[in-house]
Design a protein around this ligand. Structure first.
Ligand code: SF4
Ligand code: SF4
Ligand code: SF4
Length: 269
């Protein structure tokens, strides 16, 4: 079908990765209206239709989860109801109504409050660019059984956080390098290394867009109930400091992460 010059100019502004699809849709709508060429009016009508549909689909939040529960061997915790509990908190917050009251103009997907849950530090769900990123963690500690200095734990550690040497009673773990993946515990044949605290690392304020920002990690490993409690506090912080529906990262930059009510010392590493 022929396109007028102004319609061609308008479609050229649509991002290249969806342009072909959008073009086809507009042509189908023009054909349905018995038009012989696509005009700027057809392009504008399609845009309005898309924006309206997007407004209906925006739910105020989005929760992403890696594929850990699908049988990934790296998964650290079997907290199968954890994503559901996160979603309950997000739903209860009624973020869609809140954002509608703050955002000037129609709500779009990029306004939504994003939570990303990863079941291990490989972070396949990209928690570093979510408003709240949650990463499962298990702290390795030395248990009661003797170490044979086999070195399997050090071999298993991708972070090179473990030192094993003859003469040492037990391996030494560099807590600043450890990402709490639990692989050394799995590798130890004697159960010399065992799991200490299990829970989640939490990072906040990540985003892409015009001014990308990697999330700031909060200090501590949070037990599941503590992580959920902290999520509620972060949401309170987000709602009470939000001016125009901006992302959490912008608020953190403006008012400082320390304004989020701290959890008790039991949560810190
Ligand atoms: S983040 Fe870890 S547990 Fe989740 S899918 Fe990736 S590797 Fe598997
Ligand atoms: S938990 Fe992971 S990162 Fe930490 S010492 Fe063990 S293998 Fe290394
Ligand atoms: S802690 Fe376990 S895996 Fe590591 S050297 Fe000792 S016995 Fe081997």
């Amino acid at each position: 079908m022929r396109w007028t010059k102004s319609a061609e100019e308008a479609i050229a502004k649509v991002p290249f990765f969806v342009r072909k699809r959008v073009r086809k849709k507009i042509e189908a709508e023009a054909e349905a209206a018995a038009a012989t060429e696509v005009t700027l009016d057809h392009v504008h009508a399609a845009k309005q239709h898309f924006l309206k549909k997007m407004e209906e689909d925006v739910q105020g939040y989005r929760l992403e989860h890696c594929f850990g529960s699908g049988g990934c061997p790296n998964r650290i915790l079997d907290q199968n109801d954890f994503p559901q509990r996160i979603e309950e908190i997000l739903k209860k917050s009624d973020l869609k109504s809140f954002l509608e009251s703050k955002v000037n103009g129609p709500l779009k997907f990029h306004h939504e409050f994003g939570v990303s849950l990863a079941d291990c530090p490989n972070a396949c769900s990209r928690p570093q660019i979510a408003d709240v990123g949650i990463i499962a963690a298990a702290v390795p500690v030395v248990g009661a059984n003797d170490c044979t200095h086999c070195g399997l734990c050090a071999d298993a550690c991708q972070e090179k956080a473990i030192t094993v040497a003859e003469g040492m009673d037990a391996p030494v773990i560099d807590a600043t390098a450890c990402v709490f993946c639990g692989q050394c515990v799995k590798a130890c044949p004697n159960e010399t290394l065992v799991r200490g605290k299990e829970g989640f690392r939490i990072m906040i304020g990540g985003k892409l867009g015009r001014r990308p920002r990697l999330a700031t990690e909060l200090k501590g490993i949070f037990a599941p109930s503590e992580a959920l409690q902290l999520l509620e506090r972060i949401l309170d912080f987000y709602v009470s400091h939000n001016q125009q529906g901006e992302r959490l990262g912008e608020i953190v930059e403006r008012v400082g992460v320390e304004k989020i009510a701290p959890l008790d010392a039991a949560s810190t590493k």
